[in-house]
Ligand binder design. Structure first.
Ligand SMILES: C[S@@+](CC[C@H](N)C(=O)[O-])C[C@H]1O[C@@H](n2cnc3c(N)ncnc32)[C@H](O)[C@@H]1O
Length: 256
């Protein structure tokens, strides 16, 4: 099986432009095994062939291995800390903010940031929101959510930031306008520069240490001095100075 995975990784890099070798092995192999079985393929070569020729199988594969779980204001207390830094510090120091929500899934994260900016009447900010998964970005652009995806929002938020449509909630057009969605692979694509805040949460947990460290270094390079990096609740950085960061709190780091 080991050799088969080596072959599959190489094939994925060449054919899908996907660097599977940077993801934690056991976890990834388990997920690939499950999705391969459900496609009815007997081995990875056969599965690669199926992915190649059938768009639907390819989409299912990408959706399954990229784990899209997310929430608006995920880990509320921590998001509150980010809100304070964003509105009381960054907005005052930098004026027009350039913000990047990396690995944004269905858009709950960048739209949460757009809500904060709207509540505080912070104008001129732009939010770039990226993910490796085109299907999920389609949902993010559409901005239509089920009630169970909105659990951290108050009735007031729902009224202010959404319109109801057949039991679903559609994000307000003025919030949509502040967010640009783009496909971006954190492992293979170049990063933006001169950003004031980068939010990259709950994705590096799937990467091997070397890949994770590389992502942190590149995020640091993407920020202006004084810019802030917001990590996930299980992804605190133990040697921030090694990446040119100063620790502000457990999950917030300032570029020195
Ligand atoms: C668990 S979700 C996290 C969503 C959001 N950041 C949050 O914390 O709620 C992980 C996201 O990472 C994306 N992802 C996985 N590998 C990626 C990569 N190499 N580059 C960019 N995004 C990736 C997945 O498609 C998925 O949407």
């Amino acid at each position: 099986m080991e050799l088969e995975f080596e072959y599959f990784n190489e094939w994925a890099r060449d054919s899908l432009k996907l660097d599977l070798s940077a993801y934690k092995e056991k976890q990834l192999q388990r997920r690939i095994g499950t999705v391969m079985n459900s496609a009815g393929a007997k081995n990875l070569r056969e599965y690669a062939h199926l992915i190649q020729k059938d768009e639907k199988v390819r989409r299912l594969f990408l959706d399954y291995i990229t784990i899209n779980v997310t929430e608006f204001f995920r880990n509320k207390e921590i998001f509150q800390e980010f809100e304070t830094v964003l509105t009381q510090d960054l907005a005052k120091r930098f004026g027009s903010l350039r913000i990047w929500s990396a690995a944004c899934s269905i858009g709950a994260e960048p739209y949460s940031i757009a809500m904060i900016l709207d509540r505080h009447r912070i104008q001129g900010a732009s939010i770039l929101a990226t993910d490796i998964d085109e299907t999920i970005l389609g949902r993010a652009r559409e901005g239509l959510y089920r009630e169970n995806e909105l659990k951290n929002l108050t009735p007031g938020d729902l009224e202010r930031f959404f319109t109801q449509e057949d039991g679903h909630y559609r994000i307000a057009e003025r919030l949509k306008k502040t967010v640009t969605f783009q496909r971006h692979d954190l492992l293979l694509d170049p990063y933006e520069k001169n950003l004031h805040a980068v939010i990259c949460r709950n994705v590096t947990i799937y990467f091997k240490n070397e890949a994770k460290e590389d992502v942190y270094r590149r995020i640091s390079d993407a920020l202006v001095p004084g810019g802030v990096f917001f990590t996930g609740a299980t992804e605190s950085i133990y040697n921030p100075a090694g990446y040119g960061f100063k620790k502000l709190s457990t999950f917030l780091f300032e570029k020195v």
